[in-house]
Design a protein around this ligand. Structure first.
Ligand SMILES: Nc1ncnc2c1ncn2[C@@H]1O[C@H](COP(=O)(O)OP(=O)(O)OP(=O)(O)O)[C@@H](O)[C@H]1O
Length: 299
């Protein structure tokens, strides 16, 4: 039951927000959807949910075009959070769960499990406006999964959460995947995507610029990072052939090299002159790849 996005274009007047996007989100996987502000992520989510019309192309779930009626199998955490501030948490979840066809008793049972898991069991009877922003977000997440959706779309699920809550949410997302949920999420935090996703797509101005399996994307990027800690001034290594970028760190340098073999000549050069404490080749990070493809860092 994959989600298939087939040659999808979305125009707002003369402006093309999503341009001929084709993607397959494999079932029971976690798919990372990345891109700078305004790249077209939320617009794609809204089309997948039937909230806005598609200008061209199709979005299919389980081989069939998604219609408003089929959205009961989809869970959505919108970027603009939408809870009623005056309603109590339980009433809120019962209301939203019933809209998705779940019985009140089941909603309440599931709510208690989730509140316990998110370490806020006492919040069932509090009004949403009494909760901190991060805790409101956890309630919004619970609302998006209360009907046990087959497909879960999360728009920036980790934004605004402290590190402990980020871990709680990550483990919840991983468990949902284990239980067979297909999950697509957007994030500006590359490390979350690296940790959770097998497959990903980086969007730029409405089009995918990188797409595929994370491991494969890293391998085909070619460049590597080289971490060097050494005694004394070793800045001259940043000028050696094959060094693409360099960044000074507290204990030495972090270099980007065009290919792994470049490290050999750097090591020879260094070992002639100084005592090398650390010399380590690392895979490029997703952040490195993003910066090169999109041309700007997020943070
Ligand atoms: N209803 C609309 N009318 C006109 N333009 C729109 C509308 N919705 C989105 N856009 C434009 O489409 C582009 C893509 O917006 P979208 O919200 O999909 O980006 P995004 O990738 O989700 O960005 P962010 O990371 O900032 O959330 C933006 O330039 C935005 O201004």
């Amino acid at each position: 039951m994959a989600l298939q996005i087939e040659h999808v274009t979305k125009r707002f007047g003369d402006f093309t927000a999503v341009n001929n996007l084709s993607l397959t989100i494999p079932e029971k996987e976690i798919f990372g959807f990345l891109g700078a502000n305004g790249a077209g992520k939320t617009t794609t989510f809204r089309m997948a949910l039937g909230l806005i019309d598609i200008s061209e192309g199709n979005i299919k779930w389980n081989g069939k075009n998604i219609t408003y009626d089929s959205t009961n199998v989809i869970g959505y955490l919108p970027e603009e959070r939408g809870l009623y501030p005056k309603l109590k948490v339980q009433d809120q979840l019962v209301y939203l769960g019933k809209l998705k066809g779940v019985k009140k008793k089941d909603i309440i049972d599931r709510m208690h499990v989730w509140l316990e898991r998110f370490r806020i069991p006492e919040y069932a009877t509090k009004r949403v406006e009494e909760l901190s922003k991060g805790n409101q977000q956890k309630i919004q997440f619970i609302a998006s999964v209360i009907h046990n959706p087959k497909l879960l779309i999360l728009d920036e699920p980790f934004s605004g959460l402290d590190p402990v809550n980020v871990e709680l949410l990550k483990s919840a997302v991983l468990d949902l995947k284990e239980q067979g949920t297909t999950i697509m999420f957007s994030s500006h935090r590359m490390e979350h995507v690296e940790e959770l996703c097998e497959n990903l797509c980086i969007m730029h101005k409405g089009q995918p610029v990188v797409q595929g399996r994370l491991k494969e994307i890293k391998r085909s990027f070619g460049k590597k990072n080289l971490i060097v800690h050494a005694e004394g001034d070793i800045e001259h290594i940043t000028q050696l052939p094959g060094v693409v970028k360099s960044k000074k760190t507290a204990e030495g340098w972090e270099l980007q090299i065009s290919e792994e073999s470049v490290s050999q000549s750097i090591f020879q050069e260094l070992s002639k002159a100084t005592f090398v404490r650390k010399f380590e080749i690392e895979e490029p990070s997703l952040n490195d790849i993003f910066i090169e493809k999109v041309g700007a860092s997020y943070e």
